[in-house]
Write a protein that binds this ligand. Structure first.
Ligand SMILES: CC(C)(COP(=O)(O)OP(=O)(O)OC[C@H]1O[C@@H](n2cnc3c(N)ncnc32)[C@H](O)[C@@H]1OP(=O)(O)O)[C@@H](O)C(=O)NCCC(=O)NCCS
Length: 320
């Protein structure tokens, strides 16, 4: 059997690379039709790929003259506090029918170059329907770090939790900030350890509370806010294929521990979905850390998975 050959990525490979990603995305979209249609078109991805390929090295796998795999990544001086690389879901892909351990060989090729330049944190994102590819990357030493989900704005049946539910405004800053601080403490602590740094104050929160493009749905026990869920325009801090004017992203949610598992977040999600539809959106997206177990369970109950981002730390002392 003739194995695919691994070569440096160059401009001539980019249309076939984009077409490979779009074919995978089209398969994902058949399972999740509410995903944006435009990423099925190579033209939506080619400019990004071209830009990335100009700045960073990549590799392709060629089999009988046909591109059957590629891998390229952003080179980042500060990736979660490390020098690292990240390949978004549109910057890698293989044709599994070509066989020949393609991802493994692409990674071996690129990992050598990355480590030589001291990029010791390696990340990549995969479409969530690529189960075999995920398994391959686990065997390459990668672990799941972030998950993206999406759902349609179909109404959600949520029994009332016996609380007042309303949209918060700037006048509620103090109460919402206390919940937001709770969320920050939760995310930086075990077992999530999200490297968020120190809380940055509440200026941004105040601006968002005053901005009609954001909707903070809150639950109140008397005059105490016990939970919030924040909806707004598509977040650009997630996988690229959810990024679309029709996407409303949830970028914060917290229920006070004494009110958890009473259906509070479900009610806030239901209200937020109605708001998003009224505001003209067509879908809702969220991203979360898989080791945040209660949150992962909650989001997976209500959203379909789109992208799975994986990370591998290299011990710099072992790099030769
Ligand atoms: C994730 C989070 C917001 C969920 O909030 P919540 O108010 O507990 O959510 P709900 O009560 O609506 O739903 C949680 C579970 O309780 C269940 N539940 C709801 N009402 C219930 C009841 N009366 N009795 C028992 N279980 C109940 C739900 O079915 C749901 O189960 P599931 O997760 O398996 O689907 C909350 O766990 C939290 O604040 N976590 C810390 C902050 C965080 O991680 N935020 C998200 C960052 S991505």
């Amino acid at each position: 059997m003739v194995l695919p050959v691994i070569l440096p990525l160059s401009e001539q490979h980019l249309p076939a690379a984009a077409a490979l990603v779009c074919a995978h995305y089209a398969a994902l979209r058949r399972a999740i039709p509410q995903l944006p249609p435009r990423y099925e078109e190579p033209a939506a991805l080619l400019p990004r790929l071209r830009d990335m390929a100009r700045r960073a090295p990549g590799a392709v796998a060629i089999h009988h003259g046909r591109l059957v795999g590629f891998l390229v990544a952003y080179l980042l001086d500060n990736f979660r506090g490390h020098r690292g690389v990240f390949s978004p879901e549109w910057a890698n892909g293989i044709d599994p029918s070509a066989g020949g351990s393609i991802y493994e060989r692409l990674y071996a090729h690129m990992a050598h170059q990355w480590a030589e330049s001291s990029y010791t944190l390696h990340g990549l994102s995969l479409f969530a329907n690529a189960a075999a590819a995920c398994e391959t990357w686990h065997w390459l030493g990668f672990g799941l770090a972030t998950v993206d989900g999406v759902r349609a704005l179909t109404p959600l049946d949520a029994p009332a939790p016996g609380l007042t539910v309303r949209r918060a405004g700037l006048a509620d800053l103090r109460q919402v900030a206390a919940l937001d601080d709770g969320l920050h403490r939760h995310l930086v602590a075990a077992p999530i350890f999200l490297p968020l740094g120190a809380p940055a104050g509440h200026d941004e929160l105040a601006a968002e509370l005053a901005d009609p493009a954001y909707a903070f749905w809150t639950a109140w026990a008397g005059d105490e806010a016990v939970a919030f869920m924040k909806f707004g325009p598509a977040s650009d801090n997630t996988c690229a294929v959810i990024y679309d004017p029709g996407t409303s992203s949830i970028t914060g949610a917290f229920t006070r521990p004494d009110w958890r598992e009473h259906g509070v977040a479900t009610v806030l999600l239901a209200r937020g979905l109605v708001w998003a539809r009224t505001a003209g959106y067509t879908r809702c997206a969220v991203d979360f850390e898989p080791m945040n177990t209660p949150a992962a369970r909650f989001w997976r109950s209500h959203f379909q998975l789109v992208c799975l981002s994986q990370l591998r730390y290299i011990d710099a002392s072992g790099v030769q």
